[in-house]
Design a protein around this ligand. Structure first.
Ligand code: DQA
Length: 147
């Protein structure tokens, strides 16, 4: 089973961003935790971080045949990128949306996720655990729903 993980804008700066929202881990450490869990779940994981909306869309397109599912944290693009929403809708692959912070308990503009309606599942507010829980959910879904 193959999972593509996409971190969006500004997540490369984890560790220096607001620790109360995002935790203290750097992106490297988050990725280490994801890779460890992927090994335990016996799935192949590829991880990309990009600050560019178009690269997220290109990755969803290009990896749609390789990946059985996607785990995506689109950062602030979550709240307004209809282009990412359309890409998720178009590829026909399960996508789990994750956020380190609880977007529903922050500023008004963060309370809307335009991708949530086209995602399989959403995990928010658990810091690095959001990724781990999201990955476990996706893998279980794929196992139950034969690829
Ligand atoms: C985030 C939440 C977004 O609102 C914010 O812009 C981010 C990170 C999160 O993981 O909590 O960059 O996606």
């Amino acid at each position: 089973m193959r999972i593509m993980i996409i971190h969006g804008p500004n997540l490369n700066l984890l560790g220096r961003r607001d620790a109360t929202q995002y935790g203290t881990l750097t992106l490297d450490k988050v990725n280490r935790a994801i890779r460890k869990q992927a090994r335990e779940l016996q799935v192949e994981a590829r991880i990309l971080q990009t600050n560019h909306e178009g690269t997220i869309i290109d990755t969803l397109h290009r990896r749609r045949k390789w990946a059985d599912g996607f785990l995506v944290n689109p950062g602030a693009l979550t709240h307004y990128s209809y282009a990412i929403r359309d890409a998720i809708d178009a590829i026909g692959k399960p996508v789990v949306e994750v956020h380190l912070s609880n977007i529903y308990e922050r500023e008004d503009f963060r309370r809307i996720s335009v991708i949530e309606p086209v995602c399989l599942h959403q995990v928010v507010g658990k810091k690095v655990e959001s990724y781990l829980e999201g990955l476990a959910f996706l893998v279980q879904y794929l196992q139950q729903n034969e690829r």
